[in-house]
Design a protein around this ligand. Structure first.
Ligand code: PEP
Length: 251
């Protein structure tokens, strides 16, 4: 059975005290069997919140980025080992904000994915099209290219450590959500691509999350789609009750 995941992406929000309080409020909520909660934290919060959460089977910590090199003269960057050493188990990679504002391309992100997996962590690989691409009907082609370039250098065994987040850029932070049908269509295509490259078993075991204005009132319908295995949640992950409601959309 595939792992269902609800991942929060806090982006550049909350100071440390606010972050601790938010994490405490989330951790004190009830969790659900077979739904993993992943908190995507600012780098400054990783260690403290990891200590707060401890060795939980239902909540894991993610960094929002890392460098592909092991160490060296890369001022301002953090390495896979640094992330790992403070207890995080996931790294969000290729988020559209990293692609847009920091000019990250598939080639760079592919290197990061490899380093994260070689370092023993899990990669949450984000992909998704901008609005003009969808309007031109090229969204599946574009996402297929991102998947191929960002992930298909990996071996089948690496895929155990890959989670994919399909996040149409036009839905991120806009309040406009992809319809369940649009989400399912893309997730199905992604799974077919993985099946073609690595076989049905790998494809069936890969968790594919939807991201883009997931809220407590739309999560259930999205998560009910057969190829949607959960969500990557931005804005709505910053409020504990709402986030926990999204987690409970699976029940
Ligand atoms: C995101 O940042 O990955 C995201 C999906 O944001 P939001 O939920 O706010 O649209």
């Amino acid at each position: 059975m595939r792992q269902f995941i609800v991942a929060g992406n806090w982006k550049m929000n909350t100071n440390y005290a606010e972050g601790l309080k938010l994490a405490e409020d989330i951790a004190s909520g009830s969790m659900i069997d077979n739904v993993l909660v992943v908190l995507g934290l600012p780098a400054t919060h990783l260690m403290g919140i990891s200590q707060l959460i401890g060795k939980s089977a239902s909540i894991k910590i993610a960094a929002q980025n890392c460098h592909y090199e092991k160490n060296g003269a890369y001022t301002g960057e953090i390495s896979v080992d640094m992330v790992k050493s403070v207890g995080a188990e996931y790294v969000i990679l290729g988020h559209s904000e990293r692609r847009e504002y920091f000019k990250e391309n598939d080639e760079l992100i592919a290197k990061k994915v490899k380093s994260v997996i070689e370092g023993g962590l899990n990669a949450i690989y984000c992909c998704g099209e901008k609005l003009p691409v969808r309007e031109a009907g090229n969204h599946i082609k574009l996402v297929a290219k991102q998947i191929k370039q960002g992930l298909f250098h990996l071996d089948a065994s690496d895929f155990k450590k890959v989670v994919i987040a399909y996040e149409p850029v036009w839905a991120i932070g806009t309040g406009v959500t992809a319809s369940p049908v649009q989400a399912q269509e893309m997730h199905y295509e992604i799974r077919q691509m993985i099946a073609k490259k690595y076989g049905t078993e790998v494809a069936q075991q890969t968790s594919i999350l939807y991201g883009g204005s997931v809220k407590p009132d739309n999560a259930k319908e999205l998560f009910m789609q057969s190829d949607v295995d959960g969500g990557l949640v931005g804005g709505a992950s910053l409020e504990a009750n709402g986030f926990l409601k999204i987690v409970h959309s699976f029940s």
